[in-house]
Design a protein around this ligand. Structure first.
Ligand SMILES: *[C@@H]1O[C@H](CO)[C@@H](O)[C@H](O)[C@H]1NC(C)=O
Length: 154
């Protein structure tokens, strides 16, 4: 009887070890994503909330970055909980078309992913949920927002 059990014991120990060795599919949920540029000082602002099912204890968290529009955004920007880098891999951002990248700073499950946001300014992204309006308000040159939840695979 002991011999017939050992393959089962082996199967169980492999099954328990597997989750640590394989990357599990996960998605970051980004909501309330908006960005704008001001006419005064040409400052740029982007803000959103991030929810991560893999790290339910320290998300949702709010994320925002402020910089001079047309210049390189800060390279070390993080969400407010300190646990996610906010990156713009293409360098200086054009809000009509840019890549937003997110990367987990720490934790046992590494996460990294990105999404392209295109306002269809050039007609290249007709179904896009990211839209921008010029001169939407006094003092705001460009106001952009995402309709719904943006999911980024990590
Ligand atoms: C990750 O780092 C942040 C900021 O330093 C900290 O608040 C959080 O507890 C850390 N999480 C893990 C899983 O180490």
């Amino acid at each position: 009887m002991k011999l017939s059990l050992s393959p089962i014991m082996l199967a169980i120990s492999v099954a328990l070890a597997a989750p640590a060795n394989f990357k599990r599919a996960n998605t970051l949920e980004i909501t309330n994503l908006y960005a704008n540029t001001a006419s005064v000082g040409d400052s740029a602002y982007i803000d959103f909330f991030l929810k991560d099912a893999q790290y339910p204890r320290d998300t949702p968290t709010e994320c925002n970055v402020i910089w001079q529009y047309g210049e390189q955004p800060p390279l070390n920007a993080r969400c407010q909980n300190g646990a996610y880098y906010i990156k713009f891999p293409e360098g200086p951002v054009n809000f009509d078309h840019f890549t937003l990248a997110l990367q987990r700073v720490n934790g046992t499950i590494p996460e990294k992913g990105q999404a392209v946001l295109d306002s269809n300014a050039n007609g290249n992204a007709p179904a896009s949920k990211w839209s921008c309006r010029k001169n939407a308000r006094e003092g705001v040159n460009l106001a952009c927002s995402y309709d719904g939840t943006l999911r980024i695979n990590v």
